[in-house]
Design a protein around this ligand. Structure first.
Ligand code: SAH
Length: 411
């Protein structure tokens, strides 16, 4: 059996069920654990603490999966954890189990959110009858076959496609793994999100065409699902600017809610083409302006031109991938938020987001505060937003919280 012993004083997070052990916390390794092998974790006193999966190269050497000495990492445990994760989603208001796919307002959701579902390194997103998986740690990668069989068994998915192409794979020295793992290749999926409800006659559900094999992330930004509806409620009869629009998630919701016109900016022309298609499939007939380019530059250009908007959405990609990038990320957030505030007519609404986990909500608010000072505008927070409930945050793992948003009134 492979075992590790922690340095004196480093057992507290483990005792508090935090699932990560960093290399600096380890005093000795007994045995020679290979990629993803099970290791037992001991305190300096010799007391058994927990059991986890070994990562040979990552700074996070062990991902813990149990604090119960009798529990083994076998198929039974994986099945139990997967069942629990899936059952939790089936009870959410907007996400239903596979069996109800055809009737639920939304047919996509994150079924498994890694550490937050006590399955470190495993992400599973459901798009209709298909699953997209990411195996982001050595522990999960070596158990891929079991996980895929279990997922097929538990969901009856028509196809399971792997998209383990994130930066985490690099840190784990895992090859980028993409491709069909089970069943049939997912076709272009018609994803549904609930239509606008804040009006006397609720609007039809919205449709988005998602290519899960090629699209960004696992194809769509499921984490923003609830926020798209929230922000849309501020767009009725307004002139809206959707920055970093991707395939137009926020813009389409805003348009259906009754925006007067919508301008969309993204650096990806593929994403803009998809946004245009979403205008058509959702029968939206208000004016749309699609702009390919860099948000930082375009907002400056609009300021020089004296253009004004009534609602601006800022949903940039992750700016800080590593701790050393945080300072730069903060400057980036401040810059776009200041520019957006300057482009809002008095009383306009700014919906601003950050998906960098390394920038906590409090710090993000400070940055937006700084942007308000520089823009010389009074800014009120109307709403605080976070990731959708199918991306839950386990209290013992606050790192699972990454998306934060503020809806602000800018005077
Ligand atoms: N709001 C979207 C998700 C945005 S993801 C939704 O709800 O679906 C971030 C997007 O920003 C990506 O589509 C990416 O192509 C785009 N992007 C990244 N850097 C950019 C930049 N500097 N200027 C414009 N777009 C950028």
């Amino acid at each position: 059996m492979n075992t590790i012993t922690l340095r004196p004083g480093r057992e507290r997070p483990v005792q508090h069920y935090h699932p990560w052990i960093f290399s600096g916390a380890i005093a000795t390794v007994d045995g020679s654990p290979g990629q993803g092998d099970v290791v037992d974790v001991y305190a300096t006193t010799g007391a058994w603490l927990a059991r986890g999966m070994w990562s040979s190269v990552s700074q996070i050497k062990v991902r813990l999966f149990t604090w119960n000495a009798d529990e083994a990492l076998d198929v039974g445990l994986l099945r139990h954890r997967l069942e629990r994760a899936i059952a939790g989603r089936a009870r959410l208001p907007e996400a239903r189990s596979i069996a109800e796919t055809e009737t639920a307002a939304s047919n996509a959701c994150r079924l498994v959110y890694a550490e937050s579902d006590s399955l470190p390194g495993l992400i599973v997103d459901r798009y209709g009858a298909y699953l997209v998986i990411q195996l982001l740690t050595q522990g999960m990668a070596v158990r891929a076959d079991h996980i895929i069989d279990l997922l097929h068994d538990l969901t009856g998915a028509h196809g399971i496609y792997e998209r383990s192409d994130t930066e985490t794979c690099e840190q784990e020295a895992l090859p980028i793994a993409e491709g069909l793992r089970q069943g049939e290749i997912p076709p272009l999926i018609t994803l549904r999100e609930p239509g606008f409800r804040h009006c006397s006659t609720p609007r039809p559900d919205l449709q988005f065409m998602v290519n899960v094999c090629m699209g960004q992330k696992t194809g769509f930004y499921l984490d923003q699902a609830a926020n798209r509806a929230r922000v849309a409620a501020y767009c009725v009869d307004r002139d809206v600017l959707d920055c970093f629009c991707y395939s137009g998630g926020f813009a389409v919701h805003a348009a259906q809610a009754g925006a007067r016109r919508v301008t969309l900016i993204d650096s990806s022309t593929t994403a803009l083409a998809q946004a245009q298609e979403h205008w058509i499939v959702n029968n939206i007939n208000i004016p749309i302006e699609l702009v390919a380019g860099d948000v930082f530059k375009l907002l400056r250009q609009y300021r020089a031109e004296g253009r004004l908007f009534e609602v601006i959405i800022l949903d940039p990609p992750k700016f800080a991938h590593k701790q050393v990038q945080v300072e730069r990320a903060l400057r980036g957030y401040k810059d776009i938020n200041m520019l957006a505030m300057q482009l809002l007519s008095p009383g306009g609404v700014l919906a601003t987001f950050s998906c960098s986990g390394r920038v906590p909500a409090e710090l993000f608010q400070k940055v937006v505060f700084g942007a308000g000072i520089d823009a010389r505008r009074d800014v009120q927070i109307l709403e605080r937003l976070t990731q959708a409930p199918d991306h839950p945050v386990l209290l013992s793992f606050p790192e699972g919280e990454y998306l934060k948003g503020l809806i602000c009134r800018v005077w």
